[in-house]
Write a protein that binds this ligand. Structure first.
Ligand code: SF4
Length: 392
């Protein structure tokens, strides 16, 4: 059910523990060809937008039904475009209006071309304690094809520099890029290992509707994405990283012990979070809300103390389907006792019935009442989860 609403709704959450704050910074220097996130390449309204983010933080300060905030995540867009004063303004508003846990994880997504020594010093002096760097590839041809704002030299240099200021660093890498050989992909992973980053998030390049990438492929300017190559790259990724001490704790995420993303893990475990800024999503265990994906309209609404957002109330089947989908992508798996506890015997019987053929095909395995996807099924996890969905 979708409703247009800026009204505060019931935030009763079935999940305990702390919540998360997500802050969306909707600006980028230039548009990457594959990207369908919400951002603007005009930075003129950045100051005004930060002011409105702070206003939204204040207006929604009682919305999250959680004793305290455990994680804060600056995503985008490109949060590393924030100036010191803008970051300070946001932190001052957060700390004045929210109860923050003692050792919160505070992540900022950064692009390599922004990570100068001066910027890193500024970030280190702020409350940020984790960087997620959008490297995507260490090779010039891949970066050019994707229209990234940085080059391969900046990719390397930014990580080396960042390591002298931050210990908790994650990098993003993209595989399945047209023209990327298995050898080049393997080299990307090896360079990451040589640089000593403790966390890697890695995604297959997907062709989203209405992106420049889609148009270039249609016009034959870029070769289509090859699913078989992407599958091979994924296998190389899993094998190389697990051999080198990384745990594959979620389909796209690999971490050394003690370096898993707390923010993402909380999300996969169904913890509540509040999303601030244009296009940001919020979740309270019962409903999902999302803010308008338009900077001028967002600013205008907030100037009138309105939150421009829509709400979708989740049915029990929606919650069960989301639980199955997120858990099967993670090392936590689907716990049968949790399925009956949270959703009831009907859902447990449904799960058991539909799990049988998947177990026979060796795509799903059960141990001590917990179901995990097998290595054979790993690349197919979303499809396997969909086979287990409850359709009303
Ligand atoms: S920097 Fe990130 S958010 Fe911005 S266009 Fe590129 S992929 Fe999209």
């Amino acid at each position: 059910m979708k409703t247009n609403s800026s009204e505060k709704e019931s935030t009763g959450s079935p999940f305990g523990g702390g919540g998360g704050l997500y802050i969306h910074i909707p600006f980028c220097k230039q548009a990457c060809h594959y990207c369908d996130f919400h951002f603007s390449t005009s930075l003129k309204k950045k100051g005004k937008l930060v002011e409105m983010l702070c206003r939204e933080l204040v207006l929604r300060k009682n919305e999250l039904n959680s004793p305290e905030i455990q994680t804060i995540y600056f995503g985008g867009g490109t949060p590393s475009l924030l100036e010191a004063e803008e970051l300070q303004q946001i932190f001052e508003t957060i700390y004045a209006n929210y109860k923050i846990a003692e050792n919160p994880e505070i992540t900022l997504e950064a692009n390599p071309d922004d990570l100068t020594e001066e910027k890193l010093k500024m970030l280190k002096a702020s409350k940020i304690n984790r960087l997620s760097i959008g490297v995507q590839s260490f090779f010039e041809e891949d970066l050019k094809l994707m229209n990234r704002a940085h080059n391969s030299e900046e990719a390397l240099k930014s990580i080396k520099l960042a390591k002298s200021y931050f210990d908790n660093i994650s990098i993003d890498l993209i595989y399945g890029i047209p023209g990327m050989s298995a050898e080049r992909w393997q080299r990307n992973i090896e360079i990451s290992l040589e640089l000593g980053v403790p966390h890697i998030s890695s995604y297959a390049l997907t062709v989203e509707p209405n992106t420049a990438l889609q148009k270039f492929i249609e016009r034959g300017k870029i070769k289509p994405v090859d699913d078989e190559a992407a599958k091979l790259h994924f296998e190389i990724l899993v094998e190389t990283l697990t051999k080198n001490g990384f745990e594959h704790y979620e389909f796209s995420n690999f971490g050394k012990p003690d370096y898993f993303s707390e923010n993402n893990t909380a999300y996969w475990l169904g913890k509540p979070y509040l999303g601030i800024g244009p296009a940001a999503h919020s979740y309270d265990g019962d409903s999902r809300k999302w803010n308008i994906s338009n900077n001028p309209l967002y600013i205008k609404a907030l100037e009138n103390d309105k939150i421009p957002q829509e709400t979708e109330t989740l049915s029990l089947s929606d919650k069960y389907n989301e639980y199955v989908m997120t858990r099967l992508r993670t090392k936590f798996g689907v716990e049968l006792a949790e399925v009956s506890g949270k959703f009831g015997e009907k859902y447990k019987a449904h799960f058991l019935e539909l799990a049988k053929p998947l177990q026979k095909e060796d795509l799903l395995r059960e141990q001590n009442g917990i179901y995990h996807i097998t290595s054979k099924g790993k690349f197919l996890s979303d499809g396997i989860a969909a086979d287990l969905f409850f359709l009303d």
